[in-house]
Ligand binder design. Structure first.
Ligand code: SAM
Length: 510
């Protein structure tokens, strides 16, 4: 029987990283089983628990429960999962824990789980990264603005020590630590956090047990391998190199226990073909309209506002140089005036759903499903509709998103410094024929950075579209309200990337 590894997933969020590992099944054998995943935020924890339940249910019954398919399709309220399968539910709540790392309660629960994992599995793996806010460049800039903010006192700087405590107790075969790029340059007490972390990670086992060899994942010519890092930036992994349709660059440190490190140097795996585009994963999704915030909202109202904006923009771009833009705006106005009204949500599966030979689409589309879930638009201020329309048309015509200076004066927002450069990228369209920019949790705040490429839809991305750009399969349901769902999606490691890292580790460890 091939080896099975028990996984500890810390700071698990909605479980993107864990999904990549847990989804791996080869010749009927799952080499990685999640033993415990720890997350403090309630909605993300609900997402984790439901996923853990579905995984367990599927391994017992070979399919998803009918009650989930109904709930997912929006045809039934959320059932009591313990009534669907009590045993599977018990496994799920034992696995997904709502705990705050850094507290004694969390440490006790993790320590107990570690003992169980060591007894039950051949070996273990530790995954997850301490939270990024304190490390991230954006987070630091924001925190600095806070009165009385002292970085040294920010307990989040020290949460990675909890990770190290668990690492020391678990002594897994390998660990995978993910973080934002900002952690490479973050300092505390004038010392680089990254340096302290590397020291801590590599100073294990002095005198007792095994040390960890720290490795970076390098992709060259479509092959991924583990390499010693010559500089900190070597630890940056580009999700797009793994066929994820998104430019997402994150620090990923892989540690291999020294007794297993010998093989690591010689393994390489073919990564999924790169250069996937936004259109590849959201181009077939049902087309929708946005809503209108703080004003009467209806399909007719929305269409009138977009048509008016398109006509105005066509007039503004009447000069010879702007021929393509003018034509594009006129075309939107013409087509929209005659087409059937759109809705803000659509659950119907598209015709080709589940029939693709494409590896990524095969991963995203789940043929058991009856519907598409969480594909519902937000409302936008009427004044922003023209800006969204402009951005999407400009992107389609010029192949890049417009800067503030590209917007016509008639669309100037009420920002005093609009032309100063500070707001240069305030409205960003995701280009159909390119990878998307990084899906961050900021997507929960407004849609300005995540404008849909189709001018006829004039809206920001739905939760499901963001989830697809993050490569979450369509049967991955995010719990909580819509803002919480966006945050979870934006926080995660793309499961499709995580799965390839899991395949890699499997080759190294088994
Ligand atoms: C970047 S996300 C993790 C994403 C996850 N690895 C994935 O792939 O889906 C970090 C998570 O850590 C959680 N978190 C932050 N501090 C925590 C703590 N002290 N204990 C437990 N969870 C915490 C946050 O709520 C957030 O969901």
């Amino acid at each position: 029987m091939p080896s099975t590894f028990g996984i500890v997933d810390l700071f698990a969020g909605p479980g993107g990283l864990g999904e990549g590992f847990a989804s791996l099944v080869e010749d009927g054998h799952a080499p990685f089983r999640i033993g415990i995943s720890v997350e403090k935020e309630a909605s993300a924890h609900r997402t984790l628990t439901l996923r853990a339940f579905l995984r367990e249910y599927r391994s017992r019954h070979g399919a998803l429960p009918r009650q989930f398919i109904d709930f997912h399709a929006g045809d039934a309220p959320e059932p009591d999962w313990s009534e669907v399968d009590d045993d599977a539910w018990r496994v799920a709540i034992e696995e997904a824990r709502a705990l705050e790392l850094g507290t004694e309660t969390a440490a006790d629960a993790i320590d107990a789980a570690i003992d169980r994992l060591k007894a039950r599995y051949d070996d273990t793996i530790l995954i997850g990264g301490p939270p990024c806010q304190a490390y991230s460049l954006v987070g630091r800039a924001r925190s600095k603005g806070k009165v009385g903010y002292v970085p040294e006192e920010d307990e989040r700087h020290y949460l990675f020590r909890e990770y190290i405590r668990v690492l020391d107790k678990l002594r897994p075969a390998a660990f995978v630590m993910e973080n934002v790029k900002g952690m490479l340059s973050s300092t505390v007490e004038s010392r680089l956090v990254f340096e302290m972390l590397m020291e801590d990670l590599s100073s294990f086992g002095k005198g007792h047990g095994h040390k960890y060899e720290l490795r970076a994942i390098r992709v060259e010519g479509g092959q991924a391998s583990l390499q010693e890092a010559a500089r900190p930036s070597d630890f940056i992994v580009r999700a797009e190199d793994f066929g994820v349709p998104q430019r997402r660059h994150r620090v990923i440190i892989v540690g291999i226990r020294s007794d297993l490190a010998g093989k690591a140097a010689s393994v390489d795996i073919a990564v999924s073909s790169p250069s996937r585009t936004v259109d590849d994963v959201i181009g077939t999704m049902p087309s929708l309209r946005s809503g209108i915030s703080r004003a009467p909202d209806s399909a007719a109202e929305w269409r009138k506002k977009v048509v008016d904006a398109a006509r105005l923009l066509a007039r503004i771009h009447a000069g010879k140089d702007n021929h393509s833009l003018r034509e594009a705006f006129s075309s939107v106005a013409r087509r929209m005036a005659t087409e059937a009204p759109r809705s803000r949500t659509e659950t119907r599966l598209y015709e080709t759903y589940g029939n693709s030979n494409d590896e990524l689409l095969n991963w995203l589309e789940r043929s058991e499903l009856r519907a598409i879930a969480q594909h519902e638009t937000r409302g936008h201020m009427a004044s922003d509709l023209g800006r969204y329309l402009f951005a999407s048309v400009f992107g389609a015509v010029h192949g890049h998103s417009p800067k503030a200076a590209d917007f016509p004066l008639a669309l100037t927002p009420d920002h005093r410094n609009w032309h100063s450069g500070v707001f240069n990228d305030r409205f960003r369209v995701q280009l159909a024929q390119k990878t998307s920019t990084t899906i961050t949790s900021h997507i929960s705040k407004d849609g300005h950075y995540f404008i849909h490429p189709d001018p006829m839809q004039c809206r920001s991305l739905t939760v499901r579209e963001a989830a697809r750009l993050q490569t979450f399969p369509d049967d991955y349901l995010f719990m909580g309200n819509r803002t919480q769902q966006y945050v979870q999606v934006g926080n995660a490691v793309p499961p499709y990337l995580a799965r390839q890292i899991a395949i890699f580790l499997r080759s190294v460890l088994i």
